[in-house]
Design a protein around this ligand. Structure first.
Ligand code: UD1
Ligand code: MG
Length: 462
């Protein structure tokens, strides 16, 4: 019986990224590259997973464990090449493991289905080693797959070791392999580092396996197994992930006004009938329900937008809910913990934070509404501010249903305004207001008719 473990190579320095951050922590579709690889292993239900780490190991193992809580970390110390990385992991494999999936951590677009096919083929063939290949549009940087006259794999030649003729070979090694564990134990100590890079190349195992038995391969599209080595590769991987997501949603009836300009994270869900305008970013676990419209330039993170709701251009929404047929924006900012009720309106330059607006509430212009509950149908005038912070603590404001708040008013929390109460324009509400009451701060108006400003007054002659 075959039982698999995985070894993920995640210790490299990412030199070609020219950034202090490991490439495996950069995100594709909102998920760190190493966590995407972990998701594939989770989907395949591989029981034991070892991540070989060194450079930025804490962050990398944390990202891996966010998907596979039991993932094991193996510290490679000074990374001496992909062969050395596997060598470090082998002693820690559980006894029951018969075969090992080895994969580079820098393949963000790998699909579980392709790896499953490789594992099936490997077991069917009783192979010592097998791997995925692809035909690269530009093979530069990849190991080339060299075959004999009969088309059988002979060895993998790294870019740095290739002759000019070998460089022309377009079939490349994906860095995704399955090995028989027993044979791997025997072969790994045979690797040598007498190449131009002075590294132990995992790829040299292939020629050792070929000495014993044929090495079967499966060729998959480049778009699934491209490796991320440079910032250009990263941008390409993001673009490819994006295109696939947009396409899937289009097939399900989502309208994209400028499909090439949107950013969609992997965990986003959009129902058919929704319209996504240009330059929109949908991040985290955002859900867009049927027939909602997301206006140009809006950025939504972990937002839930109800049916037929309209988010007008340049709106930012974080960790909040907008219920059906509500209208938000343009230029609104919903900060975490906000909930905009059915048919409610939130307009230009209105900021909400932990604000619950019941159905039909209107706050159309220039307001800050933080730590507040507002009852059904209330109207919040332009320039209303909930003064929720005394410099140390935050306090809550509660407005009942049908409250009318006049423009340019301040509500000094904690404060409660009862159902149907009126707050006069320009009022600073300092204490609770009972239902049905009017609260105003008396002010007087002085009127001077035919008034001349001092600078226009005639000076008396001396
Ligand atoms: C590797 C393959 C190449 C293949 C390509 C596919 C080797 C020698 N070459 O090249 O044939 O075409 O992947 O994308 O394997 N790593 C470690 N420890 C190390 C070195 C690397 O854990 O000592 C990790 C890296 O973090 C990375 C992975 O191994 O996730 C692959 O290393 P990378 O430097 O990207 O190898 P490539 O040059 O892309
Ligand atoms: Mg690579």
């Amino acid at each position: 019986m075959y039982r698999f473990a995985s070894i993920v190579l995640a210790a490299g320095k990412s030199t070609r990224m020219k950034s202090p951050r490991s490439k495996l922590l950069y995100e594709v579709g909102g998920i760190p590259i190493v966590a995407r690889v972990a998701r594939v292993l989770r989907e395949l239900e591989i029981e034991a997973n070892m991540f070989v780490v060194s450079y930025q190991k804490d962050e990398i193992i944390e990202a891996a464990r966010s998907v596979l809580p039991l993932a094991e970390a193996v510290d490679q110390g000074e990374p001496l090449g992909t062969g050395h990385a596997v060598q470090c992991a082998l002693p820690g494999l559980p006894d029951w493991v018969t075969d090992v999936v080895v994969l580079a951590g820098d393949v963000p677009l790998l699909r579980a289905d392709s790896l499953r096919r490789l594992m099936d083929m490997h077991t069917r063939a009783g192979a010592l080693a097998s791997f995925l290949t692809f035909v690269a549009a530009d093979p530069h940087g990849y190991g080339r797959v060299l075959r004999d006259g009969a088309g059988e794999v002979e060895y993998i030649m790294e870019q740095t070791e290739c002759t000019p003729d070998q460089m022309k070979v377009a079939e490349c090694n994906s860095g995704i392999y399955v090995f028989c564990r027993k044979w791997l134990n025997e072969a790994i100590p045979l690797l040598r580092s007498d190449n131009k890079k002075g590294e132990f190349f995992l790829t040299d195992l292939i020629m050792l396996a070929v000495d014993k038995v044929r090495v079967p391969t499966i060729t998959v599209p480049e778009s699934e197994v491209m490796g991320v080595n440079t910032q250009m590769d990263l941008a390409r991987a993001k673009h490819l992930a994006q295109k696939a997501r947009v396409r899937r949603f289009m097939e399900e009836g989502v309208c994209f006004v400028q499909p090439d300009t949107v950013e969609l994270h992997d965990d986003v869900e959009i129902a058919g009938g929704a319209v996504i305008e240009g330059q929109v970013s949908l991040r985290g676990a955002t859900v867009i329900e049927s027939c909602a419209v997301i206006g140009h330039g809006s950025v939504l993170e972990n937002a839930r937008i109800g049916e037929k709701a309209r988010i007008l251009p340049y709106t930012v929404i974080e960790d909040s809910v907008v219920r059906s047929a509500a209208r938000v924006g343009p230029y609104s900012h919903l900060r975490p913990g906000s909930d905009v009720g059915e048919n409610a309106h939130v307009g230009n330059f209105v900021e909400l934070k932990k604000a619950t607006l019941a159905a039909g509430v209107k706050a159309n212009h220039l307001s800050y509404l933080g730590d507040v509950t507002i009852g059904e149908g209330s109207n919040i005038g332009a320039g209303t501010i909930t003064c929720n912070y005394d410099g140390k603590n935050k306090f809550h404001t509660t407005l009942g249903a049908g409250v009318f708040v006049g423009s340019d008013s301040q509500l000094i929390a904690p404060v409660t305004v009862g159902d149907g109460a009126y707050v006069g324009t320009g009022t600073t509400v300092l204490g609770d207001v009972p239902a049905g009451a009017l609260v105003i701060n008396p002010k007087t108006q002085e009127l001077r008719e035919n008034w001349t400003p001092p600078y226009n007054r005639e000076r008396k002659p001396d």
